[in-house]
Design a protein around this ligand. Sequence first.
Ligand SMILES: [Zn+2]
Length: 98
Amino acid sequence: MATVYLLHFARPISDAHTTQHYLGSTADLEKRLHQHQTGQSQARLPTVAHDLGIEMILARTWRGGHDLERRLKNRHEGKRLCPICNPRALARAGAQEK
Ligand SMILES: [Zn+2]
């Protein structure tokens, strides 16, 4: 079973890219996080964050693969799903907790 994960960036990437969240999925979360944190994940947002020295925090995980990742991405509500930005996020229904 893969893991869908939400990264929270300590500050916005830039004035043009104010999102502070990245949603991804992986079969090996530990390895994937290491790639993000060392700028080797090939994912644009975490790589830019790494290059700018912006801290990224694993905010939340779900059990699920690409389908769940796509479903959550389509909701465009990273901020509402993020327990760091929204303490009530974990109480929200709609996604299965790990
Ligand atoms: Zn957040």
